[in-house]
Design a protein around this ligand. Structure first.
Ligand SMILES: [Zn+2]
Length: 361
C-alpha cells in the first residue's frame, strides 16, 4: 500500500458524522466517530453533497422498518476521492465522483430470476454519506463514476433517485405521442415529466396540489397541469383523450387514493406504474372489473439495477434533464441534525441537499 494511504488514519483518526440512534429528533446527533480505514481494494471519498430524503425524515421522526440503529444514513452522495487502495485501478485522488451505493450479488434467488433490484444479499455502503468521509468497499468500486467538471456534485448525487425513475420509465413503455398522466408534483414528478417528454410523450398531464410546482411542470414540458384541489383529474384526462383514457398513468404520490384513481383513468390496454411508496397495510378498493375488461397492465416499480444507474448518470452528465427546479434546498452539514427535518417539511422543498462545502470554506 502506498505510504500516503498508510498515513491517512494518523492524520485524522476521527470524523464528524450524523448518527441515527432511533426515532426521535434527539436521537439524530452529530458526533465524532472513527474515520474509515482504507484497505487495498477500497476508495475513500470526502463527501461534498448528500441528499436528505423523505425516508430520513420518517426515520428520524418515527423510525423506519428497513433501518436498524445505529446507522449513518446517506446513499445519494458525491464528493472528492481522497484515498485510493493499492489494488484499485482507474480511480485517482482528486477525482470528482458519485457512486452507485448498491450492487446485487448475482447469485441469490432474485438475481437468478432477473429481479436484481430485489437482491437478497447486495453489497451496500457500510456507512453513508452523512459523514465527512465514506469508504467504498471493493465490490462497489466499479460503481464509482467521475463527474464532468461542469456537473455540480448534487446533480451527480441525484443519480440513484433518477435510476429508480429510469426503471419506472422502462416499465411504462411510453411510446411517441402517448398521453401520459403523472400524479404527484414533487421533485420526482417533475423528473418524470422530463423523462416522459424525452421518451416522446406529447400529451403529458401533470397533477398535484402545488401551483408553483405545476407551473414548473408546464415549463419542463407538461401539456396540461391539474391542481386536484380545484379540478377533477379524471375529467381532464377523459376530455383530453376523447373519452378513451390515458395510455400511461404514473403514480408518484404513495397513497391508496391515487393508486385507486390511476386505474380509472386508463384506456383499454393502458399501463399503470406504481412508483409512490405506501406504508404497509395501505388499502384501496380497486375494481377488478376494470383490470380484466380493460386489459390493464399494472406494474410496481421499486429500486433499480446497475444499468439504470449508469443510464441515469448519463442523462445527468449530458444535461438531458434539468435538475435546477428539483434541487431546491440546502442545509449545511453542521446544521443537519437540528434543521434538516424542518427544512424538508417546508411546502416548497422538492429535494434537500446536505452541503459539506459550506462547512469547510
Ligand atoms: Zn442477489
Amino acid at each position: 500500500m502506498p505510504e500516503k494511504n498508510k498515513e491517512l488514519p494518523k492524520v485524522m483518526p476521527t470524523m464528524r458524522a450524523a448518527v441515527w440512534y432511533g426515532p426521535g429528533r434527539e436521537n439524530f446527533r452529530l458526533e465524532q466517530v472513527n474515520r474509515p480505514d482504507l484497505n487495498a481494494g477500497e476508495v475513500i471519498i470526502k463527501v461534498q453533497k448528500c441528499f436528505f430524503s423523505a425516508m430520513h425524515v420518517r426515520a428520524v421522526l418515527v423510525g423506519h422498518p428497513k433501518h436498524q440503529p445505529p446507522e449513518i444514513f446517506g446513499r445519494m452522495l458525491a464528493g472528492e476521492v481522497v484515498a485510493v487502495g493499492a489494488d484499485v485501478t482507474g480511480i485517482k485522488e482528486g477525482m470528482r465522483v458519485t457512486v452507485n451505493p448498491e450492487r446485487p450479488c448475482g447469485e441469490c434467488f432474485y438475481c437468478q430470476v432477473g429481479e436484481l433490484g430485489h437482491c437478497i444479499n447486495p453489497t451496500t455502503l457500510p456507512s453513508g454519506g452523512m459523514a465527512e468521509y465514506v469508504c467504498v468497499p471493493a465490490a462497489l468500486v466499479g460503481g464509482i463514476f467521475e463527474l464532468p467538471p461542469e456537473i455540480p456534485y448534487e446533480e451527480g448525487a441525484y443519480a440513484e433517485t433518477l435510476a429508480c425513475i429510469v426503471q419506472a420509465m422502462d416499465l411504462s413503455n411510453i411510446a411517441s405521442s402517448d398521453c401520459v398522466v403523472i400524479v404527484g408534483d414533487g421533485g420526482v414528478g417533475l423528473t418524470f415529466v422530463q423523462l416522459a417528454r424525452l421518451q416522446g410523450a406529447t400529451k403529458i398531464i401533470f397533477a398535484g396540489k402545488h401551483d408553483d410546482s405545476l407551473q414548473q411542470g408546464l415549463a419542463l414540458g407538461a401539456f396540461h397541469a391539474v391542481n386536484i384541489k380545484h379540478e377533477s383529474l379524471r375529467d381532464v384526462v377523459m376530455q383530453e383523450t376523447q373519452g378513451y383514457g390515458a395510455d400511461v398513468v404514473i403514480e408518484a404520490v404513495g397513497s391508496g387514493e391515487t393508486y385507486e384513481q390511476a386505474l380509472t383513468m386508463l384506456r383499454c390496454g393502458g399501463t399503470a406504474v406504481g412508483f409512490g411508496g405506501t406504508p404497509p397495510g395501505t388499502k384501496f378498493p380497486g375494481d377488478p372489473n376494470l383490470i380484466h375488461y380493460r386489459s390493464l397492465k399494472i406494474y410496481g416499480s421499486y429500486r433499480y439495477i446497475p444499468d439504470h444507474f449508469r443510464r441515469a448518470l448519463d442523462l445527468i452528465c449530458t444535461k438531458q434533464i434539468d435538475l435546477r427546479p428539483i434541487i431546491t434546498h440546502y442545509v449545511p452539514f453542521s446544521n443537519l441534525t437540528t434543521d434538516a427535518v424542518d427544512i424538508h417539511q417546508q411546502p416548497d422543498c422538492r429535494a434537500l441537499v446536505i452541503d459539506f462545502a459550506k462547512e469547510f470554506s
